[in-house]
Design a protein. Structure first.
Length: 135
């Protein structure tokens, strides 16, 4: 694995941005999202750090995954964003759609939960594509 070619500061920064984007995403869509998952605002325990730690850790995994792929390409903001969007749509959103079909949770919930990684990973890819490690 080309770990020595990864800009670790960029990967960590991209993971932080992805995490914060997720927080903003779900806060902005809370009125639509919570009823779809049969929750009330009072059901969301913002004092429990575990979901936030896991969300950040998985964002870090995704960020390092994209960073690893980008070490093999000449890239920039656009190419990084394209890779992030491709991963977000072709792998994440597509897999979530299958889950949605079997769980019978409906298209509105899928649009909310799948659009976040599609948009978020596009941003991660753009950051990583722009902020390459100097050889």
């Amino acid at each position: 694995m080309p770990v020595n070619k990864i800009n670790h500061l960029a990967a960590i920064s991209a993971a932080i941005v992805y995490f914060l984007a997720g927080r903003a995403w779900y806060l902005a869509l809370e009125d639509r999202w919570l009823p779809l998952v049969h929750k009330l605002p009072s059901d969301v325990n913002t004092r429990d750090p575990v979901p936030y730690v896991i969300a950040f850790a998985m964002g870090l995994v995704a960020s390092y995954g994209i960073a690893t792929i980008l070490t093999r390409w000449e890239t920039g903001v656009l190419r990084g964003a394209q890779l992030g969007a491709f991963i977000g749509i072709a792998f994440v959103a597509a897999s979530m759609l299958v889950d949605t079909m079997y769980e019978h949770t409906g298209a509105p919930l899928w649009l909310i939960v799948a659009a976040y990684p599609a948009v978020g990973l596009t941003i991660v890819g753009a950051i990583l594509g722009a902020w390459r490690r100097r050889e």
